[in-house]
Write a protein that binds this ligand. Structure first.
Ligand SMILES: [Zn+2]
Ligand SMILES: [Zn+2]
Length: 139
């Protein structure tokens, strides 16, 4: 079924199923997402009126709501992985792309808050790429 999606956290304690369709997929470069992910940007899909069901590990789910903002993040209390959050303000389930085990069905819609981008993440096309861990990283 095209509108059925599944995912899990890194340690496997939390598993979920989402019924619904994704309307958008945003790569958010805001400073909150940088802190929250420890990386250049968040990567979240949004499913309006989607139905989220925890198949496993619901008691391990924690949600952080940032004061005075709509920024929220759910995560596994055992491994810290980002997992879906219901965003009340927009009546949508927000799904971190990396948490999905089923295929990510749509390409990114847009990069947002690029004015806040980390300086180091501006020109990643020019960075050398390797299939695996290169020798220089092992020494
Ligand atoms: Zn986990
Ligand atoms: Zn953000």
């Amino acid at each position: 079924m095209a509108n059925k999606h599944r995912g899990s956290c890194l340690c496997g304690s939390v598993k979920y199923e989402l019924l619904g369709e994704f309307q958008s997929f945003f790569l958010c470069h805001c400073t909150r997402c940088q802190k929250s992910t420890g990386s250049a940007h968040g990567a979240n899909l949004f499913a309006k009126a989607g139905t989220l069901t925890w198949l496993n590990g619901e008691s391990d789910v924690r949600t952080y709501k940032h004061p005075n903002s709509f920024h929220a993040k759910s995560f596994c209390s055992k491994c810290g992985s980002a997992i879906p959050t219901f965003a009340e303000s927009i009546n949508s389930v927000m799904v971190p792309a990396g948490s999905l085990d089923s295929p990510v069905p749509i390409p990114p819609t847009a990069k947002i808050f690029v004015g806040s981008s980390a300086q180091w993440s501006m020109k990643l096309c020019d960075v050398p790429s390797y299939e695996r861990l290169p020798e220089q990283a092992k020494s």
